[in-house]
Design a protein around this ligand. Structure first.
Ligand code: TPP
Length: 351
């Protein structure tokens, strides 16, 4: 799979919030847009497949999908390199693939096979690959915040200009650890980008029933620059990511993005089995589908001079075969031997 060609974002003279700014209407180059479209579609199709796999009993547990949220992961990770780190959530397949994680070993991991990216011992909620700067997905809501701040501290000491980026949900924004991390990140000017994927729900609770005040407002008292954006608009996400990463890379300290979005599927794959009634209306889901991030980019590319519907159909065919290949690879794998997990739980010499 082709890694993103990273676009160099040139800082424009105009300033917003006292920061370097790229032009409000600047667009990614067409080749980059196609690469991002491809990555979003890969995430969407991989997760559609995983939902089928759960029903077919191929996964040892349930999965949390991010269908509808793909533009945030892809538009932001487009500005990161392997040596930059991300931390992820329980809904982490999209983050993993957006950061350049391998789709075959992700499937093997979620099927619980030792050929998986974490030896089949982490599963859906713990996909990680340190060689790609994916330093962990996490079942503990909010846990990635402090890990990202720690990675940023290490980057600051290394002085190589690397940054860390933390994805977390609107529910996690109510965890006390967010305040601790914003505080220390601001005080020490850590190169970390906090990204709240506000999908409107924390499990089955609408955000407004459990969250007081604005989420981006939590960062403002710490003097951290914030943006609240349409997380379903890839170009807006990409532009904001350019500004936030440039800010952190240049040693100006942390940045905070609240990206408004929606997940079409439930909180997790077994939702229909545990809930008697839905907490969301069909009308609400359809209204968000009308703003689907992938369809929006697809329509743009279809009308572009560089790519038309034939090129896009080709992308789709390639992704379908990539997914089929990943499923076959995962299914052909073998479960880890009992007894191999325990030694991995302790560092050498910890006795
Ligand atoms: C510390 C902790 N508290 C509670 C839970 C149970 N739990 C799992 S997911 C979730 C909702 C998280 O919502 P949000 O952060 O908005 O992420 P989203 O699922 O919407 O992506 C909760 C409460 C948990 N896993 N960890």
């Amino acid at each position: 799979m082709r890694r993103f060609r990273l676009t160099t974002v040139t800082a424009d003279a105009c300033k917003v919030n006292g920061m370097k700014e790229i032009r409000p209407n600047s667009m990614p180059e067409a080749a980059d847009l196609l690469a991002m479209y491809r990555r979003m579609l890969l995430i969407r199709k991989a997760e559609e497949q995983l939902l089928k796999d759960v029903r077919l009993g191929r996964t040892p547990g349930q999965v949390h999908t991010s269908d509808g949220q793909e533009a945030i992961a892809v538009g932001l990770c487009a500005h990161l390199e392997d040596a930059d780190q991300i931390t992820s959530t329980h809904r982490g397949h999209g983050h993993f693939l957006a950061k350049g994680g391998d789709v075959r070993t992700m499937f093997a991991e979620i099927y619980g096979k030792k050929e998986g990216v974490c030896g089949g011992m982490g599963g859906s909620m713990h996909v990680a690959d340190f060689s790609k700067g994916i330093v962990g997905a996490n079942g503990i809501v909010g846990a990635g915040l402090a890990i990202a701040a720690g990675a940023a501290f290490a980057n600051q000491l290394d002085r190589k200009g690397n940054v860390s980026l933390c994805f977390f949900g609107d529910g996690a924004a109510n965890q006390g650890t967010l305040m601790e991390c914003l505080n220390i990140a601001s005080l020490w000017r850590l190169p970390v980008i906090f990204v709240c994927e506000n999908n409107g729900y924390s499990e089955f609770s609408p955000t407004e029933t459990v969250t007081a005040g604005g989420i981006a407002d939590r960062a403002k008292p710490f003097g951290i620059p914030t943006w609240t954006i349409d997380g379903n608009d890839l170009t807006e996400v990409w532009r904001t990511g350019a500004k936030a990463t440039a800010h952190a890379r240049e040693g100006e300290g942390p940045a905070f993005i609240e990206a408004r979005t929606y997940r079409y599927s439930g909180h997790f794959s077994a939702e229909a089995n545990v809930l008697a009634t839905s907490y969301r209306s069909d009308r609400e889901i359809e209204a968000w589908r009308d703003r689907d991030p992938i369809s929006r980019v697809r329509s743009y590319l279809e009308m572009s001079d560089e790519y038309g519907s034939t090129a896009l159909a080709q992308v789709e065919t390639e992704i379908d075969s990539e997914i089929a290949d990943s499923v076959a690879f995962g299914l052909a794998g073998t479960p880890p031997e009992p007894g191999t997990a325990e030694p991995l739980m302790f560092a050498e010499g910890s006795g």
